[in-house]
Design a protein around this ligand. Structure first.
Ligand SMILES: C[S@@+](CC[C@H](N)C(=O)[O-])C[C@H]1O[C@@H](n2cnc3c(N)ncnc32)[C@H](O)[C@@H]1O
Length: 304
């Protein structure tokens, strides 16, 4: 089975070119609407085609452009205000020209392996997905309705009843969350016994807010976070070359931009291009039992 893993910036380009590939996927099928529960009260949500709302008990959630927004308060206002046009601003265009500071090759391989173990009909969630497409049958969840997101919700309160989900993918998200301990407990709650989760987290990466960036993880810290699961395995998902390329380029850009925004953007852009070849070093250390000491990111696979 092959998995299409595209960078968010590639999706953005596809959107700008008018190939509305992603939007076509942003429709939860009826059987998934049936599985949604209110994250506050736990009541089953019922969809009304007339009002485009999901209702459960006293609470209702809007469905906009076929994407349920199971959010409340400021998170809901942000999602409602969010415009696809925001992805077309100058900053995003510039950012889309910067090569990814990490090589995604190994993560892609591990993801393919993980997803090949699911059986047809499994409920598989990609949590904090942005616009990544992991192939048919993997549902994208995020706070914001980026192109390709199927369901907007806060990962701290997933809109599913206990034991309903077969697999969860969550790459590059835990460092951005206010309460990752609660989120991991939430994964455990919604997974069925025997269900599995795959997470990648940064160990040696530069600061990158989305919308914030709170922490980094060691292999031991990651194991401890998932200690309530029945089994887990940790391995580096991005090697030392990715770490050096990202931290090196961003550190030099910070040091030589003299607090000047435009200079900082220009330096980041050019230094990331310059440092990108270092990513090849990831291949040299793969498989070494010492790699976790200085890798860019770690991956955990844990079974409920
Ligand atoms: C760095 S991106 C990772 C995107 C993608 N998983 C990847 O590997 O490229 C982090 C994503 O997490 C989402 N996110 C942050 N906080 C969230 C929350 N509380 N609930 C759901 N998604 C969240 C952000 O909107 C963003 O799309």
């Amino acid at each position: 089975m092959s998995v299409v893993v595209t960078r968010p910036q590639d999706r953005f380009r596809a959107d700008v070119d008018g190939q509305d590939v992603v939007r076509q996927r942003a429709r939860l099928p009826a059987h998934l609407y049936d599985k949604l529960h209110c994250p506050i009260t736990g009541d089953k949500l019922t969809y009304s085609r007339d009002t485009h709302t999901l209702t459960g008990g006293a609470l209702a959630y809007p469905v906009r452009n076929n994407v349920p927004l199971v959010l409340r308060g400021s998170a809901l206002s942000d999602a409602l205000r969010w415009q696809a046009a925001e992805q077309r601003g100058l900053k995003t265009r510039i950012r889309s020209m910067v090569p990814s500071p990490v090589s995604g090759e190994r993560q892609r391989r591990y993801l393919t392996e993980f997803l090949s173990r699911r059986t047809p009909g499994d409920l598989v969630l990609n949590v904090g997905s942005a616009g990544w497409d992991l192939g048919p049958g993997v549902w994208n969840l995020d706070l914001l309705p980026f192109a390709g997101v199927d369901l907007c919700c806060d990962v701290h309160r997933l809109p599913f009843a206990a034991g309903q989900v077969d697999s969860i993918v969550c790459t590059g998200v835990l460092e951005h969350l206010a309460d990752p301990v609660r989120v991991v407990a939430e994964f455990r709650r919604v997974l069925r016994p025997g269900g599995a989760v795959l997470c990648t987290v940064p160990f040696m990466q530069a600061y990158h807010a989305d919308p914030e960036d709170y922490r980094r993880y060691t292999a031991a810290g990651l194991r401890q976070l998932f200690e309530a699961f029945s089994s887990s395995e940790v391995r580096p998902s991005h090697g030392v070359g990715s770490g050096l390329a990202w931290v090196g380029a961003d550190a030099l850009a910070a040091a030589f931009s003299f607090d000047h925004n435009r200079l900082h953007t220009a330096l980041t852009l050019s230094l990331r291009w310059l440092f990108a070849p270092l990513r090849i070093l990831d291949r040299l250390s793969e498989g070494s039992r010492f790699e976790h000491v200085a890798c860019s990111a770690l991956m955990i696979e844990a079974v409920r």
